[in-house]
Design a protein around this ligand. Structure first.
Ligand code: PMV
Length: 326
């Protein structure tokens, strides 16, 4: 067949218990497990067409041609698909994000989850959810959590075969909202791929990893019991601990801006005053403010008072990656 194509959509996710540091860099095997919530509506749609007339892989993101390291990262996933399918051709990959990329709101998670699904499907492979999650993981660790739906745990595993995301609760289990505060849409100066390499240089990473099973357990049961207070405490601790590792690595990484810290303080103060709300921050200055859906109006009123916020986007709990082929 001259052209074999498939299109897939996957959403971003926000980690409640974060992944920071690999024990195997090339396979992206994490130093510890992590837990996240898929973000409905913050999504990447990707079409992959294997085409025998091509002489190399082609990539466009939001209509702009992309070359260099970003194309290579995509090609390495396509190479894996070609290996599994036994020799398909080069591919044209067209990807569209409906949110800014490279600013710490998990665009690579949505992108590599959509790429894994579209490319394997176009190549005629019918991969299981676990196989898709493992494939997505090779592109971006957090992408393995955007394959299953709802609330997802990525178990660190013992190797490539058992390191993938599994849903611990479906999207309708708990009506949570992530209010994403865009403080800056400038691309981050240190990528998370580089940041993972630096994690082990921090004297705080050992204690962070040693405590990870406890935080994962608290987070998992808070989700299962819909216990917002327990979730809030552990999510903020986990985010602060990851940023403490970042700030104490060599060289140190500072992702927060003044407005990030101001928002963190205000959110914590509001919780102390009785509003069930908490924050978490990924590898960028933007802050994710979590609440139950029933509290959205109160939380939005709080956020409206904060300085230097460019935009607030709301995301509810998202479903699994899916193909859009008829
Ligand atoms: O998947 P990566 O390599 O972009 O790393 C994601 C790192 C964090 O977003 C900071 C944490 C996480 O678990 O998503």
């Amino acid at each position: 067949m001259p052209v074999r194509a498939s299109t897939a959509i996957a959403c971003a996710n926000i980690a409640f218990i974060k992944y920071w540091g690999n024990r195997d860099e090339s396979l992206r095997l994490p130093a510890s497990g992590s837990i996240s919530m898929n973000l409905a509506g913050l999504q990447t749609q990707t079409r992959v067409a294997f085409d025998e007339s091509l002489h190399g892989d082609l990539l466009s993101i939001n209509g702009q041609p992309v070359r260099g390291a970003d194309l290579q990262r995509v090609s390495s996933i396509l190479d894996e698909v070609r290996r599994m399918a036994g020799g398909v051709h080069y591919a044209r990959v067209e990807s569209q994000n409906n949110f800014p990329a490279g600013v710490g709101i998990a665009s690579s998670a949505a992108a590599f989850a959509a790429l894994a699904l579209a490319s394997s499907n176009a190549a005629g492979l019918a991969l299981s959810e676990a196989q898709l999650s493992r494939l997505a993981r090779r592109g971006s660790g957090s992408a393995c959590r955007s394959i299953p739906g709802g609330f997802v745990e990525w178990r660190a595993g013992t190797g490539d075969e058992d390191s993938f995301g599994v849903s611990i609760a479906p999207p309708d289990h708990w009506a949570l909202t992530d209010c994403i505060l865009l403080i800056s849409s400038a691309p981050k100066t240190t990528s998370s791929t580089e940041g993972h390499r630096l994690a082990a240089t921090s004297p705080l990473q050992t204690s962070r990893l040693a405590d990870a099973p406890r935080r994962l357990e608290i987070c998992r049961s808070a989700i299962l019991q819909r216990d917002f207070e327990a979730l809030a405490e552990i999510v903020e601790l986990d985010s602060n601990w990851m940023h403490a590792v970042m700030m104490t690595s060599r060289p140190p990484l500072f992702y927060w801006q003044e407005a990030t810290l101001t928002a963190m303080r205000e959110v914590s103060a509001a919780r102390k005053a009785g509003l069930p709300v908490c924050y978490t921050v990924d590898a960028g200055p933007n802050i994710h403010v979590l609440c139950e859906r029933s509290r959205e109006d109160q939380v939005l009123a709080l956020l409206a008072k904060l300085p230097s916020i460019q935009e607030v986007r709301l995301a509810h709990v998202g479903g699994p990656a899916r193909t859009t082929d008829l």
